[in-house]
Design a protein around this ligand. Structure first.
Ligand SMILES: Cc1ncc(COP(=O)(O)O)c(C=O)c1O
Length: 469
């Protein structure tokens, strides 16, 4: 018996046994020791399921029923769950017993992942690896400030860039910011407003402008030409364009990076995270130009001036390399474009059929479905009842039966929004499109019928919203 096997035998730790014995306590454990509002919210809307297994774009509950995942763990599961190539890479890296995280050597995997990532952004030269999307953004904010020696960062109204304090300073939503002041004195502009951008730049203290090429909240694309024009203005004022591709990157929008949709856009810094993890190992990456990195790491004394204990760890790097290989081998970006178009077209065709359905938009597999005020009298009063209680309740009314009746997981695209956002794994195909469109059509039929179960649930939501004020 090897020493490792002896150690295993001596240890009382057995993960399988632990789960077998205590997995049934999951909701109680969360209520007692974690964010207690999560189980509370899940119970309230009937989402308190027990999921036991997952593969690709599906997971299964304790009764063996399958669920279609149109949320992908907020975009983390770009390749779906448990992709065999990513799994194998992780097994391989564990079995390799690498001398990882010595911190005083240069391991091969970070260099290889940086090299491979940069092939998708040939105008950039270097990468910093952290552990999450927000850390990728924090890195970009710090690098922009240091490299330009200017303090202020501009961002878009309604933007989301993560929830640590620096990223929160460029968050465009009061709901997230309230109670956490003072934040950094960064400044919002309306997305697409080049005059506002120029006015702020003229003050001479702007380090950069951070922007999601397609805003996650509500799924709003930057207007055509905006990123290119913003880049020109920024560079004229010696400020940087920072593309937050944490959600949109790695093929989500049908291009490897969403900024690539527009010719001539070459951001100075690009933030990546979510899907690079393969759904397994948290990772964040900030890609940037050589001169920016050279300024930040300008001397040997500054070698650790921006660093992270777990940054570049072997598991994250192995997962990232496997993800990028699979994306190429399986033509994942092209699939996201093709399947996204199919799904969007089929949903858009329903806009004329349902008066509550106002818009279907987005690119690739990042799709927003917007609801709005109906025209007929009967539905108008029901709509008004919901709106008076709280904006966003109708979208919630659709999300709930999609899961409870049709076993499809989706989300409302932000607080107080009548928009559902679809960000499924990028590997879905026609079968999943059919299943979603059929289920969505059934829910819309029910909603337009006026008397359906969906409105009973709406009344429950209204009571909760009023009680929660
Ligand atoms: C555009 C964008 N930036 C940053 C983040 C933050 O990423 P993380 O949750 O990994 O910190 C998110 C997360 O949803 C995001 O969508």
């Amino acid at each position: 018996m090897t020493a490792a096997e002896q150690q295993q035998r001596r240890s009382g730790f057995d993960l399988g046994k632990l789960l077998a014995e205590r997995a049934s306590e999951r909701y109680d454990l969360h209520t007692r020791h974690l964010n207690h509002q999560l189980p509370r919210m899940l119970r309230t809307i009937g989402f308190d399921k027990v999921y036991e297994r997952a593969e690709g774009a599906y997971f299964w509950d304790d009764e063996g029923q399958d669920y279609l995942d149109m949320l992908a763990g907020f975009g983390v599961m770009g390749l779906g769950r448990h992709h065999p190539v990513v799994r194998k890479a992780l097994h391989d890296v564990l079995d390799a017993d690498l001398a990882d995280l010595t911190r005083f050597d240069c391991q091969p995997l970070p260099g290889l992942l940086a090299e491979r990532l940069l092939t998708h952004a040939p105008h950039l030269d270097r990468v910093f690896f952290g552990n999450s999307g927000t850390e990728a953004v924090e890195t970009a904010l710090k690098f922009a400030r240091y490299a330009t020696r200017k303090p202020r960062v501009l961002y878009c109204a309604h933007a989301f860039h993560g929830l640590t304090t620096g990223s929160l300073s460029v968050n465009g939503e009061d709901g997230f910011r309230k109670g956490f002041a003072p934040l950094l004195p960064d400044t919002p502009i309306e997305m697409g407003d080049l005059d506002a951008l120029e006015r702020e730049l003229a003050r001479g203290d702007v380090a950069g402008f951070v922007v999601e090429p397609i805003q996650g909240k509500g799924v709003h694309e930057t207007p055509p030409g905006f990123l290119r024009a913003a880049q020109e203005l920024l560079h004229r004022h010696k400020a940087l364009l920072i593309a937050d591709e944490v959600q949109t990157g790695l093929g989500r929008t049908g291009d490897f990076f969403a900024y690539g949709h527009e010719d001539g856009v070459e951001p100075d810094l690009v933030c990546v995270a979510k899907a690079l993890s393969g759904g397994y190992v948290p990772v964040g990456a900030t890609l940037g130009k050589d001169w920016i990195f050279r300024r930040v790491y300008s001397s040997m004394d500054r070698v650790l001036v921006h660093s992270a204990s777990f940054g570049s760890n072997a598991q994250a790097m192995a997962a990232g390399l496997a993800v990028l290989a699979v994306m190429e081998d399986e033509e994942v970006v092209a699939n996201a474009r093709r399947t996204g178009e199919l799904l969007r077209d089929r949903l858009a065709a329903l806009v004329d059929r349902y008066e509550l359905l106002h818009d279907v938009r987005g690119r690739g597999l990042m799709i927003g479905i917007e609801f709005g005020r109906p025209s007929s009298l009967g539905l108008r009063s029901r709509w008004a009842m919901l709106q008076a209680a709280r904006k966003g309740l109708f979208a919630q009314m659709v999300v709930v039966p999609l899961l409870r009746r049709h076993r499809i997981l989706t989300q409302v695209s932000g607080d107080h929004l009548e928009v559902i956002k679809l960000i499924p794994p990028l590997i879905i195909g026609e079968r999943e499109v059919d299943r979603f469109v059929e289920a969505f059509t059934a829910v819309m039929d029910d909603a337009h019928d006026g008397g359906g179960l969906i409105w009973d649930f709406g009344r429950t939501l209204v009571k909760q919203a009023v009680a929660g004020r």
